[in-house]
Each structure stands twice: as structure tokens, then as C-alpha cells.
Design a protein around this ligand. Structure first.
Ligand SMILES: [Zn+2]
Length: 269
């Protein structure tokens, strides 16, 4: 049965990823991965884009119009659809994901670690601090893979966003962090590929030189999409520009799930 891991690197710009993430670049060169440039939806803010990536819907339809909208998703989303299809779900992610799909508002004691088959995110490990170390987050995700073999796993590190907001995107701190993420990911990606996972690596939005995002310019809008399929050759650098709305239907297809009518954009596979 098909399994998918989505690595949603918060604040990962397209140009920074392509320049700094050498192992992912190697997979592209070796045609073990396909690289796309994604035009992000607007506003280029986190919580609205978490919901867009998971529903395939624009903000005006799903209603999570800013980071300040704190409520559960009301739209068909990847976690809910996977559960309805009898699949196992997991996430190592910022607590806003718990608020969108499990329980809102977040209770930092009760919601922090959950293993509950009735929840949309059955195996959840959530953090609340923007400087939570990515290396710990990746290890938690790798634990979830080994312990639960989830059909759908969300891996959501905050390091790029935190470095970008602290130092600006035109900084060695931001750029060098993409190299570190790539290095930490390399080992785990290898194990996950061996376990038969399809893996997507993308960002929710970029970040600008002033250390902010939310607007409409390419620096905050363009993010990469690396698509690694377990049993299929990649296309290398496709030079294609795709829509962020295509990610959710693509994951449905990779999970062998019916694409709901709400997801109108085309799957990439
Ligand atoms: Zn974000």
C-alpha cells in the first residue's frame, strides 16, 4: 500500500533550497526526484497555507484567512480523508496543526503527544516554540515512522522560518540552515525511501530580506517541491511552475485515495 511523507519546511524559499540543499539536488541530478517550482497561494502566511496544502483550497474557500483564525478545518483534508480510507496518520509538527485537525484551541499538556485512533492526526507530536530544534523534530518524525509505519506522515520543521524571521533571508544564518536541514534529512530520506515511502519536500511560503512574509512577491511566494517516488524514476529538474493547490490532490493520488470534488487542481502524478 502506498505511503507518503510530506516534509513541509516552514519558510523554505525556492532559490535558497535549490542553492543550499545539495543532497536533494543530487537526487534531482540522478533523476531519483522531480523538482518543481511552486507558486504559493496568498496570503503567504503559515496557518492559511497549512490549510491550503492539506485541502487543496484557496484561502477564500477554506476560510483560514490569517494566522489569527484559530479553529478546526471545516473542509475535506488529507488527515481526515486518510482516516476515512482506513489509513494510519501521524505528524511531528507545530501546534497549529493540532489546532487545525485535532483539537482547538491547543492544550499544551493534553494535546502535546497523542496516540488516539479516533483523531484525524492519530499519532501527533507537537511543539509550541519557533526555535524548537529541527534536529529533534526530524528524530521524532523518524521515530513515528519506525513505531507506527503511518500511511501519511507530516514532518514540519520551523528552523528556516525562525532563522529567516530572526536574521532576514539575505543572511548566512538563513542560507546555512538550508544546508543543515538537507544534511539532517539525507539520512532519514534514505531510510524512508528504503521503507517504500513517497516523499515530498516543500515549503509553506518563503521569506523576504526584511525577515517577513505575507505579501505577494516571488521571495515570499515561490517554494520548491521535490517529489521522490519509491518505485518510479524522477524527472529531474522539470523547470515547471505548478500551483500549491496541486499538492493535496497529488498526495491523495499517491495514497491511492479518491480525490474529493473540493480539490479542483490537477494531480502531478
Ligand atoms: Zn510558515
Amino acid at each position: 500500500m502506498s505511503k507518503v511523507i510530506l516534509v513541509l519546511s516552514d519558510g523554505l524559499r525556492y532559490d535558497t533550497a535549490v542553492a543550499g540543499m545539495g543532497y536533494l539536488g543530487h537526487l534531482v541530478e540522478a533523476k531519483l526526484a522531480s523538482l518543481y517550482k511552486v507558486t504559493g497561494e496568498l496570503p503567504s502566511m503559515s496557518r492559511p497555507m497549512y490549510e491550503t496544502v492539506h485541502t487543496g483550497l484557496p484561502v477564500n474557500t477554506h476560510g483560514i484567512v490569517s494566522n489569527l483564525v484559530v479553529r478546526l478545518s471545516t473542509q475535506p483534508n488529507l488527515f481526515q480523508l486518510a482516516r476515512q480510507a482506513g489509513k494510519t496518520t501521524a505528524a511531528a509538527a507545530y501546534y497549529w496543526f493540532s489546532e487545525l485537525y485535532n483539537h482547538s484551541p491547543y492544550d499544551r499538556i493534553e494535546d502535546r503527544e497523542v496516540d488516539d485512533e479516533s483523531l484525524p492526526i492519530q499519532h501527533g507530536r507537537f511543539y509550541t516554540q519557533d526555535d524548537y530544534p529541527d534536529i529533534e523534530l526530524f528524530a521524532t518524525a523518524a521515530m513515528l515512522v519506525r513505531r507506527f509505519s503511518p500511511h501519511y506522515l507530516l514532518v514540519h520543521p520551523m528552523g528556516m522560518d525562525n532563522m529567516g524571521e530572526t536574521h532576514g533571508a539575505n543572511s548566512s544564518e538563513y542560507r546555512n540552515h538550508s544546508i543543515r536541514q538537507d544534511m539532517w534529512l539525507a539520512t532519514y530520506l534514505t531510510e524512508w525511501m528504503e521503507r517504500g515511502y513517497c516523499i515530498l519536500v516543500t515549503g509553506d511560503h518563503g521569506i523576504n530580506a526584511d525577515g517577513l512574509h505575507g505579501g505577494t512577491t516571488p521571495d515570499v511566494r515561490e517554494v520548491p517541491l521535490y517529489l521522490i517516488r519509491s518505485n518510479d524514476a524522477g524527472k529531474g529538474d522539470t523547470h515547471e511552475v505548478v500551483s500549491q493547490l496541486q499538492i493535496a490532490p497529488t498526495i491523495c493520488k499517491l495514497l491511492d485515495m479518491d480525490i474529493p470534488k473540493t480539490m479542483k487542481a490537477a494531480s502531478l502524478v
